[in-house]
Design a protein around this ligand. Structure first.
Ligand SMILES: [Zn+2]
Length: 68
């Protein structure tokens, strides 16, 4: 799987499955559907490649941003 946002680091090794801690930061309807997060740009998406939004890195307290 590669980042559907085609960011600067879309490689499969930079994609990770959402952890329970990450899901807790997401709106319920997103946590239900999303499966992965890109560690480079923070895109949260599902197996079909639909991007729901962005979860910033841990240093930024993993704040959630809806895709605009
Ligand atoms: Zn990305």
């Amino acid at each position: 799987m590669v980042c559907p946002e085609r960011c600067s680091g879309p490689h499969p090794t930079k994609q990770m499955e959402l952890t329970e801690g990450m899901r807790a930061k997401l709106p319920p309807e997103v946590a239900e559907k999303a499966t992965h997060r890109c560690m480079t740009c923070g895109a949260v998406y599902d197996a079909a490649g639909e991007v729901y939004g962005f979860l910033d890195s841990e240093v930024l307290d993993q704040s959630w941003r809806v895709r605009t």
